[in-house]
Design a protein around this ligand. Structure first.
Ligand code: ZN
Length: 132
């Protein structure tokens, strides 16, 4: 056995169910928090209280069509780590307009985004008809 793991945290049983432990400084004290599989971890987080801690997924971005354009929309998955409502939600930031959506609402909106993309494809086909 390696002797490099002297600071390995105690692994909780729930870690086997898609959860993982992440270190986080809470009020200046390092604790290990159970995170859902999609959580990116808490490096750089330093909440004062555990109740202020949220899990965040990787952020996805839609950039404008111009080369090197800034993002038009950002989205990620978030959940409060503790409290009365720890259900994950999809958070979309569209040019500073930030909306929290429950899964059903997010799926409905995603259908609208897909329909919009289909219309862009349609416009591109029409534009391409006159070209060789
Ligand atoms: Zn987390």
């Amino acid at each position: 056995m390696s002797t490099n793991n002297t600071h390995k945290p105690i692994v909780l049983a729930s870690e086997t169910h898609g959860m993982h432990l992440s270190p986080v400084l809470v009020g200046g004290v390092r604790v290990y928090v159970e995170c859902p599989e999609w959580c990116e971890g808490h490096e750089g987080d330093s909440p004062t209280f555990l109740q202020d801690l949220s899990h965040y997924s990787e952020q996805i971005a839609l950039r404008g069509p111009r080369e090197g354009a800034e993002w038009l929309m950002l989205a990620d998955l978030r959940a409060d780590a503790f409290g009365t409502d720890t259900d994950p939600r999809v958070v979309v930031n569209a040019g500073g307009d930030v909306v929290d959506m429950r899964p059903a609402q997010a799926l409905k909106w995603a259908d609208q985004v897909t329909a919009f993309a289909d219309k862009i494809r349609g416009l591109a086909r029409i534009a391409g008809e006159g070209q060789a």
